[in-house]
Design a protein around this ligand. Sequence first.
Ligand SMILES: *[C@@H]1O[C@H](CO)[C@@H](O)[C@H](O)[C@H]1NC(C)=O
Ligand SMILES: *[C@@H]1O[C@H](CO)[C@@H](O)[C@H](O)[C@H]1NC(C)=O
Length: 409
Amino acid sequence: MTLAVTLLVMITCAACVLADQPAPTLNQDPYPELLLLILGSSISFIAPAPKNAFYSPFEQAMMNQLHKPLYTVDIPPEYPRKGEYRCPDTTKPVNIPRSQLKFLYFVVQGRGRSRQKYTYWEAQDMVDDPRIDFRRRTVLIALGYLDSTSFPIASMLGNQYEDLDYNVILIDNQRFATVHYYLAARLMRPVGKHVAEVLVQLTQAGLDPAKTELLGFSLGGQTVGYIAKNYQNMIGRNISRITALEPAGPCFRTLGHKDRLDAEDADFVQVVHTNIDGFGMATRMGHVDFYLNGGEYQPTDLNFFPCTSTCSHFRVLTVWLAVLRNPGKFIGIKCDNIQDARDGSCYSKFPLVTNIMGTNVDVCKHGVFYLSTGKTYPYFLGWNGIKPQHDTWQRITEDNDSGGTEAYT
Ligand SMILES: *[C@@H]1O[C@H](CO)[C@@H](O)[C@H](O)[C@H]1NC(C)=O
Ligand SMILES: *[C@@H]1O[C@H](CO)[C@@H](O)[C@H](O)[C@H]1NC(C)=O
């Protein structure tokens, strides 16, 4: 029990640790943050899936939070915002010295989970890798802050795309993403540039950008934007598709669209939001933006433990896995604006416009979409998801709406 309480406190504090600390100096150790992230995320991954959960005081508290209005969309952001992680010199140019480029790796995965790692300097050799066949679609996967291609997150995504018969290239930039966060955020610009250089080399050797996709999670969700922008500049062509899972908010919220992921970056950009005012970002960044359960907090899949910022942020990974495995089952409804998506108040729109989240998304139906999910893997609600009575947050509130007072959503 003591352990459980300790874990809970640590998870709950993960957000405050990242959000409220003054910008740390370079020689401070980032590992406490790493520990919190891993603890928080592993809880949400290994959590048993309780049926008919009842809602704990923590969850009630979280539901109260859901009433708060968005502050990142309509109000011009002040910088640095109160409570926002401080990001000194966010827009200052930064370069990666040539001597360090040997730490930018590309991991090719295929042929029954086998892997081969190439440095930036060896990247041209990927063309001859037996795992790569340019007739197939190719996905480059960029991971988040502190992540490595040897972490389970990378295998989870890589394996699934391998099973879908993609050429899978995992970008390993751990060297540049395992420094203090605000530095990592800045370093993703040159990382994006150098990955784009490699993509140009591959294009000259037969890679078809129309069959190339970028997938990014969290900080990687911003990295893929930089990759695509640089690729456009270098070669005048577009990457066909970007999928950004919870593109990072801290240090990016206050930037203009040329300095972060944007719909301009590829032929089609799909964004999934699960923790918009925490580790993610509320702003619309794609042609299609899905706000899961309002985009801020996800329903918990573990009794007594609320799904805090960390859990909600990482939830996008398990949801995306479910999306890839269950095509056509995640259906979002179109909203007029992000605040409506946040409030889940788009059900009564007429005509109701829907779109499917995933690889088979309708690329012509642009906009902001609200998408409600169940509490536990595999999360999808199918066509029930477009009916308010199946909305998880609404069900919670209705069950508890004894006084007939105004309820969330
Ligand atoms: C690239 O994609 C953007 C956004 O989808 C689009 O506006 C632009 O025309 C495209 N450029 C090319 C060269 O296809
Ligand atoms: C509603 O809230 C109360 C606490 O106020 C809780 O005891 C009860 O389990 C909740 N009902 C449901 C269905 O979650």
